[in-house]
Write a protein that binds this ligand. Structure first.
Ligand code: PLP
Length: 396
């Protein structure tokens, strides 16, 4: 067969999609999915946040139609996105250039474009990291460098390595730092470590990109989880924030997110913003409305906002409970090895430390699907399947 596309070679499936496909094809009735980072309810079902349900009821009554939004997004979404990350006070100070984006991934892409235009073309990624950072930076012709973020031995952040990477970075390097619930390791920087990073970056010709995809899931409090961002802001720094509502409102498929660029100079801010809008225009034209409408309704309706606070606190609490129960169960089973990192790590992910071979055995012998790097989505566990999970882990 001849084709005009013969120059193309097949691309491998994303590993997580491959794992999910294997899960779907597994006929075992007791199979368990703890792979992809989606929050699930205590009964294992997919979860609609009560706050989202309330917002949708309002939204359905208003019937806003299907008109275009604007090229910087749904107007009423922007202040809600800003207030969620920065708090009301900072959001009112006029130093944020914000556009709505195609969720967190789209925000990262738009961030990379604006930073590239500003001359910041090398992206430093601490490993292991969310698997898309490096391909995304390379996709737009930027360079990447890596440094060790997490130490497999101690199962904590290798902070010396982080410090060293910042100290030795070439000019115009962008440090992609996850604000909370680090994916995949669950190991977050402490306040003291953030202080050191701020001291190291404040007078350096580099850029900090905060990726905040799980705001609220670490401490249960969205404001507390955004502390590092607000702390950098208070020092008068310029940086960028990539925000996603996929997880903390359970809006995965709606693609609601934002890019915020902190610009200290009043005259430069509209210029930066106009470049962000231009980039978005040339790739996406208009922001999608549905998810943004839900977010703005939740964030601007005080009684729904309160419910959202409770929703997020409930998720964090459930994760803490499940983590505690994993540790207790493994302790009871006298599973060889040290497992206290399960309670030290935060958010959806537990970076279990299972090897590739052990992970493969979890899948092929016990029908428990985790990602190949041994990452477990703690939200996939519940009263009905936790023992089954721990026994399999004990066995491998
Ligand atoms: N950043 C991190 C650390 C993530 O874990 C994810 C999603 O898993 C994203 C960004 C992208 O999120 P979204 O689905 O909103 O594009």
């Amino acid at each position: 067969v001849t084709t005009k596309f013969s120059k193309l070679e097949a691309e491998a499936l994303d590993p997580i999609i491959a794992t999910m496909a294997r899960y779907a094809a597994d006929p075992n009735p007791n199979k368990m999915d703890v792979s992809i980072g989606v929050y699930k309810a205590a009964d294992g079902s997919s979860f609609m946040f009560p706050s989202v349900k309330m917002a949708k009821e309002i939204y359905n009554k208003v019937e806003p139609g299907h008109n275009y939004t604007t090229m910087s997004g749904l107007p009423e979404f922007i202040p809600v996105a800003q207030q969620t990350v920065f708090g009301d006070k900072i959001a009112g100070e006029g130093k944020l250039a914000t556009i709505q984006t195609i969720s967190g991934t789209g925000s990262l892409h738009m961030a990379m474009l604006i930073l590239r235009s500003a001359g910041y073309t090398n992206f430093a990624v601490g490993t292991p990291a969310w698997s898309n950072y490096i391909p995304m930076a390379q996709h737009i012709g930027c360079t990447t460098s890596t440094y060790k973020y997490y130490d497999e031995e101690t199962k904590t952040i290798d902070f010396e390595s982080v410090v060293c990477a910042i100290e030795e970075a070439s000019p115009k390097t962008v440090f992609i730092l996850q604000t909370c619930c680090h994916n995949p390791t669950g190991a977050d920087l402490s306040k003291n470590q953030w202080k050191t990073i701020r001291d190291l970056t404040i007078n350096k010709d580099c850029m900090v990109l905060f990726d905040i995809a799980y705001q609220g899931f670490a401490s249960g409090d969205k404001d507390e989880d955004a502390w590092p961002i607000r702390y950098f802001y208070e020092a008068g720094m310029e940086f960028v924030v990539c925000q996603s509502f996929s997880k903390n409102l359970g809006l995965y498929g709606e693609r609601a997110g934002a890019l915020h660029v902190v610009v200290q100079d009043k005259d430069s801010l509209p210029i930066v913003h106009s470049n962000m809008v231009k980039n978005f225009r040339e790739e996406c034209s208009f922001g999608p409305a549905y998810g943004a409408r839900i977010v703005s309704t939740v964030g601007s309706t005080p009684e729904i906002k309160k419910v959202w606070d409770q929703d997020v606190a409930g998720v964090a609490e459930r994760m803490v409970t499940m983590r505690r129960r994993i540790l207790d169960t493994l302790t009871k089973l006298e599973t060889p090895g040290k497992w206290d990192h399960v309670i030290r790590q935060t958010g959806l992910f537990w970076f279990s430390g299972l090897t590739k071979e052990q992970t493969e055995r979890m899948i092929s012998e016990y029908h428990i699907y985790l990602t190949q790097n041994g990452r477990v989505n703690v939200a996939g566990l519940n009263d009905a399947n936790l023992d089954q999970f721990c026994k399999a882990l004990d066995a491998v």
